[in-house]
Design a protein around this ligand. Structure first.
Ligand code: PMP
Length: 416
């Protein structure tokens, strides 16, 4: 498995050195040292990313692809170098297959609209799963409304794994696209994306993977997975907000019409006819998030320097520690016990609403998410409206999880 293996021979992480790279972690909240356990919502940013964005604005700021002047060339070089770094991180074959977007959400909307409008007809089906984030549900509902295609939903088991039998039974020659999350943000489940891609392709469908929660935790190889589209967000990968990427297989991107019209995405415009630009610029209308892309590139450098194999191993150990501690808390139920899991622990507490617990945890300096995590259908599947979610980043320590359990115990004494 190219995407889920944890390299046991990897040298261990120098955690103090890693933590020292994150200025935000050196603060107190309500008089207590900040313990950040909300990386699934967004990761904190290392100094190298902050510096890259700052250096761009201080030294190189100019618009890209337009001017011959030195600053414009520097900005263009920085922006395009970031594309090369993302290509390499995802192991795409060709840099033209990496389209910068605002993030995962925009990447999925781009495919839903640009691919969907030309390829979907009444009676066609799109298959998603019950564990999708809203951003991998709503764009498909929109294109279904526009084209008459139907949305099908593959079931999830009680342990929070995809029901593979159920998934297979919903695939047919009517299925034109399968869209599936790689790592669930609410449960942490790692889906077997290579297998799902093979099944989708065998049925003649195109495969899109929502990689928002996978790219910070796992080594990704889009060629080994074999998928047609892969979406990610820089801000979940220690990079800036407002930038992300869509990997799309060149043959498919070539055939897709533009997503938005404007500057950058054209070769020539007359009132009679517009010739579109080459890939990937055809999908990047308007002035892009140049600083964001450069920060994204710095975040990719950070991930490579620490090593995704080491990150995965460190986080797996933390996950095991955290899950076994949570199991010892009276009245606590963990939701999502998949064998293959990364990043997130979701749980509910008997007699306590997550909305009441989260502020108590905050008062102890703990940043933990409460709510439906933009997965309302999944919450409904488990019979809850919300969970508490502790999610991990490379900077977390075992002590962070010990502190979480202590704070939960305190909350229980206060609320029950
Ligand atoms: N998919 C998953 C699994 C996510 O966790 C998120 C972010 N919470 C998204 C999609 C959307 O990402 P973004 O808001 O960065 O576009």
């Amino acid at each position: 498995m190219t995407t889920t293996t944890h390299n046991s021979t990897a040298a261990t992480l120098d955690l103090d050195a890693v933590r020292a790279e994150f200025p935000i972690l050196q603060q107190q909240v309500h008089g207590k040292p900040l313990i950040y356990l909300d990386s699934a919502a967004t990761t904190q940013k290392p100094q190298c990313v902050i510096d890259a964005v700052r250096a761009y604005y201080e030294c190189d700021n100019a618009n890209v692809h337009r001017g011959v002047h030195t600053l414009s060339q520097r900005a263009t070089d920085g922006y395009e170098l970031a594309r090369d770094k993302v290509r390499s991180l995802l192991n795409a074959k060709d840099r033209a297959e990496i389209v910068f977007t605002r993030g995962t959400t925009e990447a999925i909307n781009l495919v839903a609209q640009a691919w969907g409008r030309t390829n979907l007809r009444e009676g066609d089906e799109i298959l998603i799963t019950h564990m999708e984030h809203h951003s991998n549900i709503v764009p498909w509902q929109l294109i279904c409304e526009q084209t008459g295609a139907k949305l099908k939903v593959a079931p999830v088991t009680d342990t929070g794994e995809l029901d593979l039998g159920g998934f297979k039974s919903l695939l047919s020659d009517r299925t034109k696209l399968v869209a599936c999350v790689h790592v669930s943000n609410a449960l942490g489940t790692i889906n077997p994306v290579e297998t799902l891609t093979r099944l989708a392709h065998d049925a003649g469908a195109v495969m899109l993977i929502d990689g928002a929660q996978a790219t910070p935790h796992l080594k990704i190889d889009v060629q080994a997975i074999g998928c047609d589209f892969y979406a990610c967000s820089a801000h979940k990968m220690y990079g800036p907000t407002g930038i992300g990427a869509l990997y799309g297989r060149r043959e498919l991107l070539e055939l897709m019409p533009p997503y938005q019209g404007g500057g950058e995405m054209i070769k020539s415009v007359t009132f009679e006819k517009t010739i579109y630009n080459d890939l990937p610029h055809k999908f990047e209308a308007g002035t892009p998030n140049i600083a964001g892309a450069i920060g994204f590139g710095a975040a990719v450098d950070f991930l490579n320097r620490i090593g995704l194999d080491r990150i995965a191993q460190h986080e797996r150990e933390l996950l095991d520690h955290g899950m076994s501690l949570l199991d010892q808390v009276e009245g606590l139920t963990q939701i999502g016990r998949a064998k293959e899991k990364a990043g997130a622990m979701s749980f509910i507490l008997e007699g306590m609403h997550p909305y009441d617990v989260a502020p108590i945890l905050d008062y102890a300096g703990l940043a933990v998410r409460d709510g439906h995590h933009c997965t309302q259908p999944l919450m409904e599947r488990f019979g809850v409206t919300a969970t508490l979610r502790a999610s991990l980043g490379v900077y977390n320590r075992r002590e962070d999880l010990d502190a979480l359990i202590e704070a939960i115990e305190r909350a229980r004494k206060m609320l029950v």
